[in-house]
Design a protein around this ligand. Sequence first.
Ligand SMILES: Cc1cc2nc3c(=O)[nH]c(=O)nc-3n(C[C@H](O)[C@H](O)[C@H](O)COP(=O)(O)O)c2cc1C
Length: 328
Amino acid sequence: MIKIGDVELKGNVILGPMAGVTCLAYREFMKPFGVALSYSEMISDCGIAYENQRTLDYLQTSNLDTPVGLQLFGFDIKNTEKAIQIMENCAKYDILDVNLGCPVHKVTKTGAGSSWLRDVPKLYDYMKRVCEVSSKPVTAKIRLGWDEKSINVFEVSECLEKAGVQAITVHCRTKEQGYAGKPNYEAIKGLKERLGIPLFVSGDIFTLNDAINSVNITHADGVMVARGGIGNPNLVRQIDHYFKTGERLPEASVLEQIDYARQYATKLVEQKGEVLAIKELKGILPHFFSGFPGYKKFRVRFTVNMSSVDDMEAIFHGIEREIQIPAR
Ligand SMILES: Cc1cc2nc3c(=O)[nH]c(=O)nc-3n(C[C@H](O)[C@H](O)[C@H](O)COP(=O)(O)O)c2cc1C
C-alpha cells in the first residue's frame, strides 16, 4: 500500500490537477471509479494570502473528496507560509501539493511553476520551509526539467526528498515541450530506486496500456491520470482494477457514457449553478462521446446547441434514441 506521510492510499491511480477541470464536482464524480488520491486545480498562494474570495473557493472539499491534495503555486515563501496558515485554519484536506511544473508564461515569469526547476538550491530552501510550516504531508509535481538541455529530474527529486517532500509526481516532459511531443518515461528510469518516497508518473496516460507501459519503464508506484480521464472515467477503473487483479475490464458502452455524463453534469449544475455549469460542460461533455463512430453530430450539439439543462437533456435523449434505432 502507498503511504504519503500518514495518508494511506487504497490504490495506485491518482487524479492529476487540471486548472479549469478538477473542481470539487469533478473530483467527487471521479472518486468512485477508483481514484486513490485527487488533486485540486492549482491555487495561487497570493490569492489565498490576500483572501481573494474566488481563490478561497478553490479550497472547497467534501467528505466524498478524500483523500485530497490541494495544490499551491507560488514564488515567495512569505506568501506561501501565509497561504498555508490560512488553509490550515479554514480548509479540510489531507495533502499539500506544490506546483513545480506549470509551463504557462504568466506563471513562470513570476518565478513560480516550472521556473523553480532552474534554481535547485533556492528550491531546496523554499520547499524545506514549506515542509516545516505545513502540518500536512507535502508532495510536489515536477517536470523533467526546463528544456531538453537542462533535464535535472534526478537532482530536483533528490533535493525535494531531502527538503521533506513525501511523494513526487513527474510529468515526463520538459517545460519547453508544454504538452506537445511524447512523454519520455525513459528519462526517469532508475529514479524510483534512488528515492525513499512514492513516485508517480504522469504524461499521456490515455489507455490501460499506457499506464502499464509507463509503470513497466519507470517502476513508479502509481500513475496520474489527467486528460485521459476527461470524459472517460472508466479509464481510472480499468487501471485501478488491473493493478489490483491483473484483469482487463472492457471499455464503457455509449449507454454507460450517457449515465456518467449525466452524473457529472448534475453535480456540476448543483455546485456551480446552471449558467456556469453549462458553459463548462460545453467543453467537457463532447469528450464522453468521442471515439464512438457516428457521434460527431452530438459532440457538436453540446458545444453549439446547448445553453440550458433542458438542451443538454434533449441531446442525451437524442443519443439514447440513436442507440435504440441505429442509423443506417
Ligand atoms: C487543462 C490542463 C490543466 C492543467 N492544470 C494543471 C495544474 O493546475 N497543476 C498541475 O500540476 N498540472 C496541471 N496540468 C498537467 C496535468 O496534471 C498532467 O500532468 C499533464 O496533463 C500530463 O498528463 P496527461 O498527458 O495524461 O494529461 C494541467 C493539464 C491540462 C491539460
